[in-house]
Design a protein around this ligand. Structure first.
Ligand SMILES: [Zn+2]
Length: 155
């Protein structure tokens, strides 16, 4: 899939979507989530999402997911080394088992916080949310704006 979101070309490979659906089906009781790894060009304003990694939450409920930051950094470093610097951190993903895939206010605050740490590196930071009823949102933010796209019936 290829989309223009927030003036950035976002490419998401099919394996990523399959993995997201699998993880959503597998964990219906609690929110789960993790990080997105891929390639990007700041100059061309392109981000390609190639891999997702699930990261066990330090605490999780039906409405909140807080990922383990140390674990995330370990995976980012490991994949960066294994791919000779090809795969980098490009964003976050999580599930909303009992809600719409639209980002909550807490999600937006969390994204703003991540943008403040990644804006000098990434052309934009991605947040993918898988919600109930086959919904999925791709949110892309930078210092200026945050834009979300909602996809229905992704299955
Ligand atoms: Zn959320």
């Amino acid at each position: 899939m290829k989309y223009m979101i927030n003036e950035i070309e976002i490419i998401i490979n099919n394996k990523v979507l399959e993995d997201l659906n699998k993880l959503f089906e597998f964990c219906q009781r609690f929110e789960t989530g993790g990080i997105l790894l891929g390639k990007f060009s700041r100059k061309k304003k392109i981000i390609e999402v190639d891999e997702i990694h699930e990261i066990k939450a330090t605490n999780s409920s039906c409405v909140t997911y807080r990922r383990n930051v140390d674990m995330a950094q370990k995976i980012i470093d490991k994949r960066w080394k294994e791919t000779n610097g090809l795969l980098n951190y490009v964003g976050e993903w999580h599930t909303h088992p009992k809600m719409t895939a639209l980002p909550s206010q807490a999600d937006i605050f969390s994204l703003i916080d991540i943008i403040s740490k990644t804006e000098t590196i990434l052309p934009g930071t991605i947040m993918i949310i898988v919600g109930n009823n086959g919904e999925l949102t791709i949110t892309v933010g930078n210092r200026e704006t945050i834009q979300s796209y909602l996809f229905a019936n992704i299955k």
